[in-house]
Write a protein that binds this ligand. Sequence first.
Ligand SMILES: Nc1ncnc2c1ncn2[C@@H]1O[C@H](COP(=O)(O)OP(=O)(O)OP(=O)(O)O)[C@@H](O)[C@H]1O
Ligand SMILES: [Mg+2]
Length: 312
Amino acid sequence: MIIGEIPLPSGAFGVDAVAMTMRFGDFTALDDVGLKVRPGTLHALLGENGAGKSTLVKCIMGYYHATEGQIIVGEREQTIANPKDAHALGLGMVYQHFTLVPAMTVAENLVLARDNVPAVVDWAKEKKELEAFLAQMPFKVPLNARVSGISAGERQKCEILKQLYLKRRFLILDEPTSVLTPGEADEVLGMLRAMVEKGELTILMITHKFREVMAFADEVTILRRGKLAGKGLVKELTPDAMARAMIGAEELTIQPPRSGETGGVRLELNKVCALDDAGAIAVNDVSLSVRGGEIVGIAGVSGNGQRQLVEV
Ligand SMILES: Nc1ncnc2c1ncn2[C@@H]1O[C@H](COP(=O)(O)OP(=O)(O)OP(=O)(O)O)[C@@H](O)[C@H]1O
Ligand SMILES: [Mg+2]
């Protein structure tokens, strides 16, 4: 690993994963997959559950050691032995689930995420520097608010901001909008898109949402069962073509017929109300019934009472 020899690039740079194979025992999660993310682009990585998307990005970030394959960062081949190596090269990752410490403020979360935090932090100085940093960012977050008190959309912005604060210039986002409303998702992706267009950032985004791919991504790579199933410029593709590559054209047309009768009502909720652990209303006036032999889905953005409903 050669770190410190070349300075971190200040702008966007690309990452090339060449002929990546990852085996877990006998199981091949990635089979000779290539992924080329050009500098200053937003690249979408698509695939069904279990297609190998997270495995591929974990290999890039050094969480996994690929069985075979090379990673090229900028113009140079690199051995990324662990996430620290990836961070030193300017690579950062935002997880689907939040990693901020809820009991700390946004400012504390940002400063304490640095590698070089002094034993005694000069908070007045740090705050000043944070404000100067924030002034250059398109995101606005409340620095003095406790993370536990801010919305999911604001938390996700803080996660991304943390990566930018840590001077990461190649961001991997694993389903960054799963906890956001469509409005919040558009806001966050729009801001990132603007930074990409200015040449400040390169983004690799795992997503299941074609709408976001069509609206925000330049290029797409599609995996299916660990293999490369397609790639191309988004402007030359349709959601239908991408779905066919993800699922396999043959399988897209086969819809198993629904069979079996539904039985009597087995569970009935009548105007259920419940408070969450903090005493706020989590479930308000929910009525539903579930019949025998039936699957009932509950839809909604994460954090809107689904968990409390199940607990009730
Ligand atoms: N540490 C591991 N050990 C064994 N098998 C694993 C491991 N990690 C992933 N796999 C398997 O590799 C395959 C690909 O998993 P991966 O998490 O990369 O899928 P994914 O495309 O990210 O799916 P999702 O959309 O559900 O997040 C799956 O079959 C998974 O069970
Ligand atoms: Mg995954």
